[in-house]
Design a protein around this ligand. Structure first.
Ligand SMILES: Cc1cc2nc3c(=O)[nH]c(=O)nc-3n(C[C@H](O)[C@H](O)[C@H](O)COP(=O)(O)O)c2cc1C
Length: 355
């Protein structure tokens, strides 16, 4: 079964990676991100070539209790193909119940187990990144998840370790594999690093050398070239795009082109940039209530301003962000869009960075 984004002729591309029962459409995927990877972004990423994506992390406990907000975070669009429902927890019963709900009731193709979350409260409960200190427990929990989710497979998202003195990624990945995970994804920062400092891609390489299952590497993927370089330098099977994809989902198209050895076709045409933003926000308005969607839109505008065709420092980018950063309603957002569309039709400023 081939799933994911655009389907290139098989011969034109290096061989497509496999993950469990799937032959992926390519080696790039959308990394789970709280507040960002709800279905509007996931759907755009898929359209531009992401092979799969994941929901943001939800707590197994709340899934098991069927909290309305949690279930809403797990909403999918009918057009989505390969997407994992990501759960986090340390209690075997809660994890088993949550995995069953995610796989069987909500129908996710796979369940992703988060052992990466660096939030102090989560770590201190022995969940998320807290599990990185205990590979045998990871193996036991993954085994429980695999049984509960079957026939849907389980993947694991992890970090390098708790801190620089405790890099456990290899042992944890091996434990996940022994427990039956079909793939491991690695954000190669420690829990202590949070999102700062540098991602250490040597750890991705070490994990790739230590397990048979596909390895999804990531961390600091700022461009298509970064992702292709990660694949080549570490040998990992899939590159996960995180922050860079939030305001430029077309990055998957660039990455696929580069990976296939084609000339990259930058999505910097101003009308296209605005059109993708419009569709993204319309998705948010469909998914969330108006107030929540508009709050997300403000944050998203910062990401899209950074990807503005005229450059992030151009006056067009600044005007775009200024117009959006305080929108209060759908009507105000539509006004901001109309004004930006004027900029786009006037072109010049959007094509030339203004210093
Ligand atoms: C705002 C934000 C929210 C995130 N939420 C999650 C999450 O819910 N689950 C998860 O596994 N990782 C989460 N991550 C980590 C990303 O999936 C990714 O591994 C990390 O950002 C490294 O990739 P990057 O440097 O390319 O952004 C989050 C990252 C950010 C920036």
């Amino acid at each position: 079964m081939t799933v994911g984004g655009s389907n290139a002729p098989e011969s034109a591309a290096p061989s497509a990676p496999r993950m469990g029962p799937w032959t992926l459409s390519g080696p790039f995927a959308l990394s789970p991100m709280a507040d960002f990877t709800c279905w509007p972004l996931r759907l755009l990423a898929q359209e531009f070539g992401a092979a799969f994506s994941c929901t943001e992390m939800v707590k197994a406990k709340f899934v098991a209790q069927r909290h309305a907000d949690t279930l809403n975070s797990l909403a999918r669009h009918p057009g989505e193909r390969l997407v994992g429902g990501q759960i986090c927890g340390g209690d075997p019963d809660e994890l088993a119940r949550a995995a069953g709900i995610v796989a069987h009731e909500l129908g996710f193709p796979f369940v992703d187990f988060n052992i990466a979350c660096p939030i102090r409260r989560v770590v201190s409960e022995g969940a998320g990144g807290g599990l990185l200190a205990d590979p045998p427990r990871v193996e036991r929990l993954v085994r429980i998840l695999v049984e509960a989710a079957a026939p849907a497979p389980v993947t694991v998202k992890m970090r390098s370790g708790l801190d620089e003195q405790n890099i456990t990624a290899v042992e944890v990945a091996q434990a996940a594999e022994a427990g039956g995970a079909i793939a491991v994804a690695l954000h190669p920062r420690t829990v202590r690093q949070g999102y700062g400092g540098r991602a250490d891609h040597e750890v991705v390489k070490a994990v790739k050398a230590a397990v048979e299952v596909p390895v999804i590497g990531g961390g600091d993927m700022r461009s298509a070239a970064d992702a292709v370089r990660l694949l080549r330098e570490t040998g990992c099977d899939v590159a996960y795009f995180g922050r860079a994809a939030t305001g430029q989902p077309w990055i998957f198209r660039h990455a696929m082109a580069l990976w296939r050895g084609e000339e990259a076709s930058p999505e910097t045409e101003a009308g296209a940039w605005l059109n993708v933003f419009q569709r993204h926000v319309e998705g948010l308005l469909e998914h969330w209530d108006e107030r929540t969607a508009i709050l997300h839109t403000r944050r998203l505008a910062r990401e899209y301003a950074a990807a503005c065709p005229g450059g992030p420092e151009s006056s067009a980018a600044r005007r775009f962000y200024e117009r959006h950063k305080q929108v209060e309603s759908r009507a105000q957002w539509e006004d901001a869009m109309a004004a930006t569309a004027q900029d786009v039709s006037g072109a010049g400023d959007l094509q030339q960075p203004t210093v």
